[in-house]
Design a protein around this ligand. Structure first.
Ligand code: NCN
Ligand code: DMD
Length: 350
């Protein structure tokens, strides 16, 4: 697929009949209308996406995309670059936070290494290496157009695997030391904001190190200024995992697979996917608001009410994975609560 084909993909329409039927059913349940708050709107949104009055989140697919970033050499992270590859192994061995949550919820779980500087072989790792790392965005473009297409394709393939496994909900997670620098530059460029106003701690940089990180973001923005096209922005300022998540979100919207977006970096991919095709937004739910300060502004831009707010800032899809229990509870309430007539409870609304 070329970029023009990616741009012209048609997003699947939501099922309005299923949505209305879910709303009607919701109104019959033994509770004052609206009293379950967001648990009600979430299940109605899911009904419209899954095309059924009684949606479920039993079969969740979690794809973790990992990649190294050339800009890590600028000292923008609190951790060394080798951690990306080390964590890839940790995902595959089940020790990473999101791997634990995936096991707990019985999700399909996979880790895709798109390019890390010190990779390790393990049967649980899908190696789709695009390059050892993306280019240092403060000095050059992150990748070539061909690499961009490879990244988008990796995301598409993950969604296709999820669909083949009959998943009902897709979560993309990411791992990449220095990827908050890349995501911050992308978002600052999209929202036309200054680097110093939006650069946050990521894995935990503070003080003069944080000022330095903001200056690197500013340098990247100056080098790649005046770009309006979302794919060109991704090519210049992205990273392979950020590109793959963008491709996954677009593919999921095309095929009608509901997506639960994770934190700061995933939201940058989501915003870019929505810039490519605004209809993609209809297929996205948002798991949480990250503690990375600029995330709340990004969520506002996307007109999002996130499910959770727990001060998490781990990435890996972990915030979205935590929100699955809320979605499951919403589905269970919707399908198992008694109706007013079943239970012989007076419905004053009638
Ligand atoms: O998703 C988030 O909200 C988030 C916020 C801060 C950090 N992270 C994770 O931390 C790593 C990037 O942080 P940094 O400081 O190396 O740019 C990367 O692996 C992300 O998954 C993730
Ligand atoms: C240990 C560690 C785990 C992570 N998971 C996602 N980003 C991460 C960054 C670090 C440093």
């Amino acid at each position: 697929m070329n970029l023009e084909q990616w741009r012209s993909l048609t997003v699947k329409q939501l099922d309005q009949e299923a949505k209305q039927a879910a709303e009607l059913h919701q109104a019959q349940l033994t509770k004052p209308p609206g009293s379950l708050g967001m648990l009600e709107s979430l299940v109605v949104d899911l009904a419209a996406m899954q095309g059924t009055v009684f949606p479920r989140c039993d079969n969740v697919h979690i794809s973790i995309f990992a990649a190294d970033h050339g800009v890590a050499c600028q000292g923008v992270s609190a951790f060394p670059q080798d951690v990306t590859a080390q964590m890839v192994l940790n995902f595959a061995q089940g020790g990473a936070a999101v791997a634990v949550l995936a096991k707990q919820m019985g999700a399909n779980f996979e880790v895709i290494n798109l390019g890390t500087v010190k990779p390790t072989m393990h049967p649980g790792i899908i190696n789709q290496i695009i390059a050892e790392q993306s280019g240092d965005i403060s000095q050059t473009a992150a990748m070539t157009e061909e690499q961009l297409l490879q990244g988008l394709q990796a995301g598409k393939q993950a969604v296709d695997r999820a669909i083949a496994l009959k998943s009902k909900l897709f979560i993309a997670g990411e791992m990449g030391i220095a990827n908050t620098t890349s995501a911050t530059a992308l978002l600052a460029s999209l929202l036309e904001l200054n680097a110093e106003d939006v650069t946050g701690p990521g894995t935990g940089v503070s003080g003069s190190r944080l000022e330095h990180k903001a200056s690197i973001v500013a340098q990247a923005l100056t080098l790649h200024q005046g770009i309006n096209d979302p794919f060109e922005l991704l090519r210049c300022l992205g990273g392979f995992e950020i590109v793959a998540m963008c491709g996954a979100y677009i593919r999921a919207a095309e095929k009608g697979l509901p997506v639960l977006v994770d934190g700061f970096i995933s939201s940058a991919s989501a915003l870019l996917a929505c810039k490519v095709n605004p209809e993609v937004r209809k297929w996205l739910l948002f798991g949480h608001c990250s503690a990375e300060p600029f995330h709340s502004k990004v969520l506002q831009e996307l007109d999002v009410e996130p499910i959770l707010m727990m001060g998490m800032r781990l990435g890996e899809g972990s915030g979205a994975a935590m929100a699955v229990s809320i979605l499951r509870a919403a589905c269970e309430l919707h399908s198992s609560m008694a109706t007013f007539s079943d239970a012989g409870v007076s419905n004053s609304g009638e």
